[in-house]
Structure formats: structure tokens, C-alpha cells
Design a protein around this ligand. Structure first.
Ligand code: 13P
Length: 244
């Protein structure tokens, strides 16, 4: 049985006062469990705040993106080395909103995943098809291509990452994949991971996860946790998911 990981992706939400209330509520409400880790991925300016509040708690923190480069003339970008200085354990790579709004290709996502490992971070590499791709019967080819690009770039380091399957049509739409739909894709990814000797990699599900639907998703054999957007901004919801 693999342990579970529940990550909150705050996206571009928050502010010092709201974050303080949320982080304090999470640290008060979360009791360490040997089978489960929780983490929050916050906007860059709040990494120090997350560190200051969460340092002596069992809650990990991380960032939502990083540069594929270590340093240099990349205005506005943030390197893995900078992120790690703030005590981060995790960083997201290739979230669909980065792919969509910033044109991140599979190759860029793979390079970012690699850069995260090189910095000592644990990357959570995101894959997932759009609604049009699902309706055209293309989820296997899309998710397979996204996964294989990362796997190829990492080679023997593949076991060191976490994957998140986030169908684009389920993100922020209230339309969660059914537990069976999620399981089908997770099993597809699991099979590829096993073939590459990376059976220990956790595969999280993301897309309209709430306290009310988390248990049914987590009951699926290959769903190893969740990456939570909107519901991670409400302490009771996020803790409800974390305890599901
Ligand atoms: P929602 O939970 O808001 O659908 O977002 C999912 C997501 O994108 C997490 O990374």
C-alpha cells in the first residue's frame, strides 16, 4: 500500500492576512499520520510566510512552478535553488494552467521536472487531457505523450517524482472525473511506471476534489492522493480531504 499525499495548490490566490488565517487553521487541525503527508503549494511571495508558520508542523510546503534554468537572464523567473532556500519540499511542474497560459510544452515541463530534482526538490509533474481531447478519444495518446516526455528526460530518476493526473475539463469546473474515470487513467499511468521500475511513484488526482468526493476517489486502487485547487483555500474542506 502506497502512502497518500494531499497537496493544496493555492494558484494565484491569497494575501498575507488570509494566508495567516489559513495556515494557522491547517497547522492546528492537522495531526501527523504515518500513512499520509499534506502540503501546500503557495505563490512565490508567500514561501517565507508558509515556512514561518509551518516549520515545526507536519505540513510541508512548496511552490507552483520553477524555471528550467539554474540562474541567469530570465527576467521574472524563479529557480529551484531559490525555492529550496525557503525550505520547500515540493514544486509543481507542468500544471495545465502553465501549459495553457504560458505555452509550456512537454519538453519544457520535462526540463522543469529535471531542474527541480537537481535542486533537491520533489517535483509533482502534472499531466491531463482537455475536454476536446477526451471527447475525441485521445486521452491515452495525450497523457501517454506527456508522461513519456518526462520519463525519458528523467531516466533512472523517474522513481523520485510524484505525478498528478489533472484532466483539464475537471479543473475549477465542479465536474470531477468519476472515481472510475480517474482509476482508468491512473491504472494506465501505473502500468507505465511499473514497466519502468518506478512503481513507488505516487499518482495524485486533481480536478474539483472536495471533502465530499475525496473518499470515493481515494478508494480507487491507483489513486494515491489529490492535488486540490479551490477547496485548498478553505481549511475545513482541505482537512476534510486530507482525512478522507
Ligand atoms: P480545482 O480543485 O479548483 O478544480 O483545481 C485543481 C487543480 O488545478 C489543482 O492543481
Amino acid at each position: 500500500m502506497r502512502n497518500k499525499l494531499v497537496g493544496g495548490n493555492w494558484k494565484m490566490n491569497g494575501g498575507l492576512a488570509a494566508n495567516a488565517a489559513l495556515l494557522v487553521a491547517l497547522s492546528a487541525g492537522w495531526k501527523a499520520r504515518p500513512d499520509r503527508q499534506i502540503a501546500v503549494c503557495v505563490p512565490f511571495p508567500y514561501l517565507a510566510q508558509a515556512r514561518d508558520v509551518l516549520a515545526d508542523t507536519p505540513i510541508a510546503w512548496g511552490a507552483q512552478d520553477l524555471s528550467a534554468h539554474a540562474a541567469g537572464a530570465y527576467t521574472g523567473d524563479v529557480s529551484g535553488g531559490m525555492i529550496v532556500e525557503f525550505g520547500c519540499r515540493y514544486v509543481l511542474a507542468g500544471h495545465s494552467e502553465r501549459r495553457q497560459h504560458h505555452g509550456e510544452s512537454d519538453a519544457v515541463v520535462a526540463a522543469k521536472t529535471k531542474a527541480a530534482l537537481a535542486s533537491g526538490l520533489r517535483p509533482i509533474a502534472c499531466v491531463g487531457e482537455t475536454l476536446a481531447e477526451r471527447e475525441a478519444g485521445q486521452w491515452q495518446s495525450v497523457v501517454g505523450r506527456q508522461f513519456e516526455t518526462v520519463a525519458e528526460a528523467l531516466g533512472r530518476d523517474l522513481p523520485l517524482i510524484t505525478l498528478a493526473y489533472e484532466p483539464v475539463w475537471a479543473i475549477g469546473t465542479g465536474r470531477t472525473a468519476t472515481p472510475e474515470q480517474a482509476q482508468e487513467v491512473h491504472a494506465f499511468l501505473r502500468e507505465r511506471l511499473v514497466r519502468k521500475g518506478a512503481e513507488g511513484v505516487l499518482v495524485l488526482y486533481g480536478g474539483s476534489v472536495k471533502a465530499a468526493n475525496a473518499s470515493a476517489l481515494f478508494a480507487q486502487r491507483d489513486v494515491d492522493g489529490a492535488l486540490v485547487g479551490g477547496a485548498s483555500l478553505v481549511a475545513t474542506e482541505f482537512l476534510g480531504i486530507a482525512n478522507a
